[in-house]
Design a protein around this ligand. Structure first.
Ligand SMILES: [Zn+2]
Length: 281
């Protein structure tokens, strides 16, 4: 039997299931995990779901977390002041056969707007989604003389170390999501045969830099011979293109209460999303 609890609820000690799963946020916990405007599992690296940089040649580089997606349609608006990127089909899974499918599909829309009055967009030079991260290079043309462009970089840049990106603002999930269940970075589902399914977003992490493992707890005879084990997922998103730094993620994906036996993990990382199947034997 598996008992499921809402994501952040602490289990009651009087419960007596064979297995009990619930969610933690990141391994470090604390305010960084629950009050952020970036991915709640991120433990180091630049903050924010989006990073904007003005390059030396005046181009605008935009990096946006769109976990789970691998295709995007990019368009410039008629005023040449913004670029809108919309993802199309977001799920590679067949909803009939795949139990994760209460989680997806998700799709996103994000608009990168010039904040200055001194230029307009001439071209989207480059756009690509890799491991659930969209990177776009936007070329601009000045519309005023050079001495009026002093504020251009200040207005359009973001600062990944801005305290507003780590302040006490409850995390509401990815602001670019327009369709699909769960704007949060975590979803959990269990089925009656004792299997649990978990989705964790860790955008920018390539398949080979994800890791999932079980940390087995010690048996405590005084507590009906139960032990508390954790399933931990970590990932590293290397800086790509003009990103300002690597991002490192760590999460307790589930806690398993049982007595003995192996806890089996199947992991399926794709497009910056880790999907886990957890079975306690
Ligand atoms: Zn400008």
């Amino acid at each position: 039997m598996v008992l499921t609890l809402p994501a952040t609820q602490v289990p009651q000690s009087s419960a007596d299931p064979v297995n009990l799963f619930y969610c933690f946020q990141n391994v470090d916990g604390g305010a960084e995990g629950f009050y952020t405007v970036h991915n709640p599992f991120q433990i180091s690296g630049p903050k924010g779901y989006r990073e904007v940089k003005i390059l030396e040649n005046g181009d605008m580089y935009v990096r946006t977390d769109l976990p789970g997606c691998d295709f995007v349609d990019v368009r410039i608006d008629s005023l040449k002041k913004s670029v809108t990127s919309r993802t199309l089909v977001a799920s590679p899974f067949d909803p009939i056969v795949n139990p994760y499918e209460s989680f997806t599909p998700r799709s996103y829309s994000t608009t990168d707007r010039l904040m200055c009055d001194c230029c307009r967009i001439s071209l989207v030079k480059y756009h690509k989604i890799t491991d659930g991260v969209l990177r776009v290079v936007i070329s601009t043309t000045p519309t005023s003389d050079p001495q009026n462009r002093a504020g251009h970089a200040i207005l359009n840049n973001t600062d990944p170390n801005d305290p507003r990106l780590t302040g006490l603002i409850p995390s509401t999930g990815n602001p670019h999501l327009i369709q699909g269940h769960g704007s949060g970075a975590y979803e959990f589902k269990s089925v009656t045969d004792g299997t649990a399914y978990v989705r964790l977003d860790m955008p920018g992490v390539p398949k080979h830099l994800f890791n999932a493992k079980v940390n087995y707890g010690e048996l405590k005879p005084c507590k009906r011979s139960r032990r508390e084990s954790t399933v931990v997922v970590t990932g590293t998103a290397p800086a790509v293109d003009q990103d300002s730094g690597d991002r490192v993620y760590s999460a307790i994906a589930a806690i398993v209460y049982d007595s003995t036996g192996a806890i089996l993990l199947e992991s399926d990382p794709e497009n910056g999303v880790m999907r886990l199947t957890i079975r306690a034997s």
